[in-house]
Write a protein that binds this ligand. Structure first.
Ligand code: SF4
Length: 474
């Protein structure tokens, strides 16, 4: 950490201990996260900073002293869920005016949403965006150093329009001791016509590979055995860097870091996925047997309107060549149903791709109109009943396909990284296969963070029931 950040955190810690002394108890925080893996990683930074400042974690959003919402705006229901939470927490603050409420993330980056927060929720204390999260220690100090929060609203709002800075050097509290996300790039240049991300996360910026490797070495020294390399489009990693490194070359370097046993990455844009990447995945055991490759639509006409830069046939060829080169890989995808102008025939094309590629899993979403994107003003928005009909058709094929795929390895023994005690049954532990499927099997806390062989005794469609195995099979 830089000296200036350390000084800010020390000052914030002093302010927190003074407030704790006045209350006669420790101050607490809660971070509520909406959205993707990148937000989850950002939330680990928010928690890390708040703990360094002296706040203690609190499970219950409603009772914490400092509540921060890390928002997502990819779909309308994420917006609605956030405003639901915000409304109820603001009602709590009317009774406890010294509570601190912060809002950050993608939604805070949107002018209209931010205006709504500032005008309709005066109980909010702090609003900041995606570009200056590294400044969170200073923002915490600013909030703490104001006159006592009155609940009458004098919101600190610091949202930047854009940035070319990459600052990762702030405290992080990892959710798992043995695995961690690592940001390798930020932003997106693709401007898919339905997507708000390029507008709220800014242009694509890759981190120098030297910084990424240094972070991964530190994580490994700290007990991390699985890393997830994160970016909106990891396949274009390296563009704009002086040494012209590719994502495949980065993976090769990460695979050499001692102690790292598993490498995952998210997300891959099909148009940028190279043969070099397939080759590296095929030849490097440490790279997990899973690729998330968003299709979005199987209709070339709709893909064109989505500005995705590939056709139905190109996607199928790519997916099948990955399967051919890496037979045990799981391919998962994202699908959007109800994009403007989509017909039943277009959805038939999507179903055709699902069957030909045989996806191991798919996140199926109803198209959500995002103001400010080109798709929002396209004619022929699809009526709700038609969307629902096609959504159900697609979902049923996706589920059948995933069940079939999962059954293929039933009975085999596979390596599983144990992630925790099962939430429903404490005699079981839950872990993940290299192909990202979950397995529940008898075990205890001593297994958490270890990779153990497990026999997949029963496939349940999208997870397995297992038992400890004694041999590795594939
Ligand atoms: S690749 Fe497309 S869908 Fe993904 S973040 Fe960029 S614009 Fe959005």
């Amino acid at each position: 950490m830089k000296d200036s950040t350390e000084k800010i955190i020390t000052d914030a810690r002093d302010a927190v201990s003074l407030m704790s002394a006045q209350k006669g108890r420790k101050l607490t925080y809660h971070v509520t996260t909406f959205g993707c893996q990148m937000n989850a990683r950002d939330s680990e930074k928010l928690s890390g900073v708040l703990e360094e400042c002296g706040f203690m974690p609190e499970e219950d959003e409603q009772t914490a002293d400092f509540v921060i919402f890390n928002t997502c705006t990819v779909r309308d229901n994420a917006d609605q869920r956030f405003f639901g939470h915000l409304g109820s927490i603001c009602a709590v603050k009317k009774k406890r005016p010294d509570m601190i409420i912060g809002v950050c993330g993608c939604l805070a980056q949107e002018d209209k949403a931010r205006e709504k927060i500032m005008t309709s929720y005066p109980q909010v204390d702090l609003v900041f965006g995606t570009h200056n999260i590294f400044d969170f220690p200073a923002l915490v100090l600013k909030v703490l150093s104001r006159e006592v929060t009155t609940g009458k609203g004098h919101i600190i709002s610091e949202v930047w329009d854009d940035t070319d800075m990459i600052v990762e050097d702030i405290p992080v509290k990892r959710n798992y001791k043995f695995k961690s996300g690592v940001n390798i790039m930020f932003g997106c240049n693709n401007f898919c016509s339905y997507c708000i991300v390029p507008y709220v996360r800014g242009r694509e910026r890759s981190r120098p590979w030297q910084d990424i490797l240094q972070e991964i070495r530190h994580l490994s020294d700290d007990g991390v055995i699985e890393v997830m390399l994160l970016g909106q489009n990891v396949n274009s990693y390296g563009r704009g860097l002086d040494d012209g490194i590719s994502f495949a070359a980065l993976l090769r370097k990460v695979a050499k870091v001692e102690g790292v046993k598993r490498i995952r990455f998210m997300t891959s844009h099909p148009k940028d996925l190279s043969d070099e990447l397939i080759e590296v995945m095929a030849s490097t055991d440490k790279i997990c047997r899973h690729i998330h490759l968003p299709l979005q639509s199987g209709s070339t006409r709709i893909l064109n309107a989505m500005n995705r830069h590939y056709t139905k046939e190109q996607y199928i060829d790519l997916a099948l060549s990955i399967r051919e080169r890496i037979p045990d890989i799981a391919i998962t995808t994202d699908l959007i149903i109800g994009f403007p102008g989509e017909t039943d025939e277009d959805v038939d094309d999507t179903i055709d791709v699902i069957k030909k590629v045989a996806f191991d899993g798919a996140f199926t979403f109803i198209y959500s109109k995002r103001t400010g994107t080109p798709a929002a003003s396209m004619p022929d928005q699809v009526p709700e009943d038609k969307v629902k009909y096609n959504f159900d058709r697609v979902l049923s094929v996706v589920q059948d396909m995933s069940r079939e795929r999962a059954a293929l390895i039933e009975g085999q023994v596979k390596e599983v990284l144990v992630e925790g005690i099962n939430r429903q049954d404490s005699s079981l532990v839950t872990g993940r296969l290299s192909n990202n499927m979950s397995v529940h099997f008898p075990g205890d806390a001593s297994l958490i963070g270890k990779i153990v062989p497990v026999k997949l005794t029963k496939s349940m469609g999208f997870y397995y029931i297992g038992e400890r195995g004694d041999r590795k099979n594939g």
